[in-house]
Design a protein around this ligand. Structure first.
Ligand code: SAM
Length: 711
């Protein structure tokens, strides 16, 4: 028994009620995590849904009067009744979350629906435009919405299917860069860290379900404000996964912080899921060009075996003489291996030649890396040569090419310029053939500068517009390449998309290697803080068209993606400037890619019951099937439809025709079957080809998409 439980027992003996209270508190405290991150989960987040019609039973906020810049009423209300007074609709409200609720009557126009994160939501998507230049390539999707709810919706379309998540969340700087429950979290807020953690934890937990458990990765960028807390949070959520942190220099000039160190860097946490790994790359992002070129010069390796098992007796077949012409520095012949008990002195050296033995610096007999037979072949093909001469020891070294580099010669990665007078290959030692290596944990490259290749570059695509702190396009491109170079069909998700740099980087990767990777971007349509008060003074509110057009998604993300693909700004002029580094070409060329823009909608339970919202879930069905080809926005009279990647069967009496059409459509991946009857669903499933995934949809469509925070 601990000292504390002993004391509680004594208190209980004196005063039972006090003892009980103390024990309860003690239990609560001791059930908390003893190590790691302790933080309040906070009252559930909520989100205002401007534009959603107000109905009886809804939770609402009362908006400040138009024209006011005040925060307004902070209470949550429930609509008890709506009545009409003349032309005006008035709601009777009752206050929520208090013992003695206030009751009020407020004009419906001054209310906004609120979804608490523990409430059920029925998400839908409506298309708000597209850009098409990519032929039959899959579409990138940009979704305007609260990312928590979009992530929930993505669990229907992408559970376990995402190859890489790259996010750059608000850094919690206190500079009005993010909101918790509709209010900016400022630096004086005592709960700012726990609010940020609660906010991130909710989203990361769903994100985890979206990642491919066998092979994927999560990248989260952050700065010094939350780096430590984020590290612990990731460790807690992604237990059992490997985690690393990369420091990226994003502003070499440094941001002064009084008499402290000037900050030049940011961080990126990497969580490796399953077999997730980084690829070797021609740049390690740290080594200077000068050092790299020194390291690059020699891809010829010493034939002498080093390290363990490197003595003659360890592998006698690899102890043999090599006859060289010291004048011409040429391999003339390769002798046979010697029996272990035969002395090397028994081998005679032809006149004018020299014998090279695998001798170690201390004179011991070592061994070669290759067998004699293989070396003969290498010498014949010019892949082995006489190396340097050591005057002191009067010895020669022999070099050869390792099989990894021979493969690179075979696949054209290393160019052969010809052969020298001894028949040895002359290789092109250009930048592109420098040996690939693992990227380092510190990245220091000019191309990663956020000012030049983030903010300034963005201006080319969005002349006259400003967006705070976009990432360098080339930094994001390099990060993605490290994980996706070998995954040409990868799906990348960024649910804090901001200006859309991640999709832009995916376009570049695809162009470099003909990939068909697709990006899913999610961002809200937040209007910048200073702009908000200007708009409020103009009597505007969120939800008004003239307000929403200034939001990030509408004003920045969509036009940027559009301009990047078309090469034209929204003013229809060609984008000025050229891309740099890996792939240099005019920005005006654009990319051969497709993208579609969506807005997340919140359907009402009434619509769900009356089944009026098929159109709103149609994009989700299409996205689940790979965002490619045509979409089915309406089920035709015949009760079924089949397009390139999926089909829908609503009238099960038509299943024979449907299955026939499915079989004929070779690229089809998913068959959605609408029925509440499991037996009938199974019966149709049996008639489908094995390559087609059968997915059941309830007849009341939207109930398939019912999500709740209380999961
Ligand atoms: C730091 S920015 C990302 C910048 C981006 N990496 C770039 O290069 O442009 C974070 C973005 O997340 C968005 N955001 C913040 N909270 C969000 C939420 N709950 N749902 C959706 N988007 C959110 C903000 O609007 C902001 O644009």
């Amino acid at each position: 028994m601990s000292r504390l439980t002993d004391l509680i027992a004594r208190a209980r003996a004196k005063d039972a009620a006090l003892g009980e209270e103390l024990e309860k508190e003690f239990k609560a405290l001791s059930s908390r995590r003893s190590f790691g991150l302790n933080f309040e989960r906070h009252k559930p987040e909520n989100v205002e849904l401007p534009g959603r019609p107000i109905r009886k039973g809804d939770k609402v906020n009362i908006l400040p009067q138009r024209g006011s810049t005040k925060k307004g009423d902070q209470n949550l209300w429930k609509v008890l009744k709506i009545s009409k007074v003349g032309d005006v609709r008035v709601a009777e409200l009752s206050q929520l979350g208090v013992d003695e609720p206030d009751v009020r009557e407020v004009q419906v126009d001054n209310l906004v629906v609120v979804a608490e994160f523990r409430d059920y939501i029925y998400p839908g998507l409506i298309s708000t435009g597209k850009v098409e230049r990519g032929g039959d390539k899959p579409y990138h999707t940009v979704i305007n919405g609260e990312n928590f709810h979009v992530l929930e919706a993505l669990t229907y379309t992408h559970r376990g299917k995402i190859d890489l998540i790259y996010i750059d969340p608000p850094y919690n700087t206190g500079a009005k860069d993010w909101k918790y429950n509709n209010n900016y979290v400022e630096s004086e807020d005592l709960y700012r860290h726990s609010k940020w953690l609660a906010f991130m934890e909710r989203r990361l937990k769903i994100a985890k379900d979206l990642l491919n458990p066998n092979d994927s990765a999560l990248i989260v960028t952050i700065d010094e404000k939350e780096v430590h807390r984020l590290g612990l949070l990731l460790e807690q959520i992604f237990q059992g996964c490997r985690t690393q942190m990369v420091t990226t220099v994003t502003n070499q000039r440094g941001v002064a912080r009084g008499q402290e160190f000037a900050r030049v860097d940011e961080y990126a946490f990497i969580v490796f899921v399953g077999e997730g790994k980084v690829n070797e790359n021609s740049d390690d992002y740290l080594t200077s060009d000068e050092t790299a070129s020194k390291q690059r010069i020699d891809i010829w390796n010493r034939l002498m075996r080093r390290g363990t098992d490197s003595l003659r007796q360890d592998s006698p077949r690899q102890f043999y003489p090599i006859f060289i012409d010291p004048e011409r520095k040429a391999i003339i012949d390769v002798g046979d291996p010697l029996d272990v008990n035969t002395s090397r002195d028994t081998v005679e050296c032809p006149k004018g030649l020299k014998i090279v033995w695998p001798l170690r610096t201390n004179g011991d007999e070592g061994r070669w890396t290759l067998g004699a037979e293989k070396l003969r072949l290498y010498a014949k093909r010019g892949m082995a040569k006489v190396g340097s001469y050591n005057k002191k020891r009067d010895s020669w070294s022999i070099s050869y090419l390792i099989s990894k580099d021979i493969k690179r010669i075979d696949n054209g990665e290393i160019k052969v310029l010809g052969k020298d007078e001894n028949g040895v290959l002359l290789l092109e030692l250009s930048d592109s053939i420098s040996r690939k290596r693992l990227p380092r944990t510190v990245w220091f490259r000019d191309s990663h500068n956020a000012g030049t290749y983030g903010s300034a570059l963005l201006k080319n695509f969005l002349p006259g517009k400003k967006f705070p702190f976009p990432k360098s396009l080339y930094l994001v491109e390099d990060m993605l390449r490290v994980f996706l170079e070998d995954k040409k069909n990868a799906t990348v998700l960024d649910f804090f998309a901001g200006s859309g740099t991640t999709a832009h980087a995916v376009f570049r990767l695809n162009r470099q290697d003909g990939g068909r990777r697709k990006a899913i971007l999610v961002t809200n349509n937040e209007v910048a803080a200073e702009e908000q008060s200007t708009l409020k003074k103009k009597h505007l509110r969120p939800g008004d068209r003239d307000w929403e057009q200034w939001g990030i998604c509408e004003y920045i993300t969509k036009p940027r993606i559009q301009a990047a693909i078309t090469g034209k700004t929204s003013q229809e002029s060609s984008v000025k400037g050229d891309y740099k580094f890996r792939d240099e070409f005019p920005m005006a060329d654009g990319f051969e890619e497709n993208a579609e823009f969506f807005t997340l909608t919140y359907e009402t339970p009434v619509a769900v019951q009356h089944n009026v919202s098929f159109k709103r879930i149609a994009p989700l069905l299409w996205i689940r099937a790979g965002s490619q080809g045509k979409r089915i926005d309406k089920i035709p009279e015949k009760g079924w439809e089949v397009v390139e990647t999926f089909g829908i069967l609503e009238n099960l009496d038509q299943s024979i025709k449907f299955c026939r059409a499915v079989k004929a459509q070779k690229s089809l991946r998913i068959a959605y079957i609408v029925t509440d009857d499991d037996r009938r669903f199974q019966a149709v499933t049996r008639q489908l080809p094995d390559s087609v995934e059968p997915v059941r949809l309830y007849e009341s469509y939207l109930s398939n998409f019912r999500f709740s925070m209380g999961r």
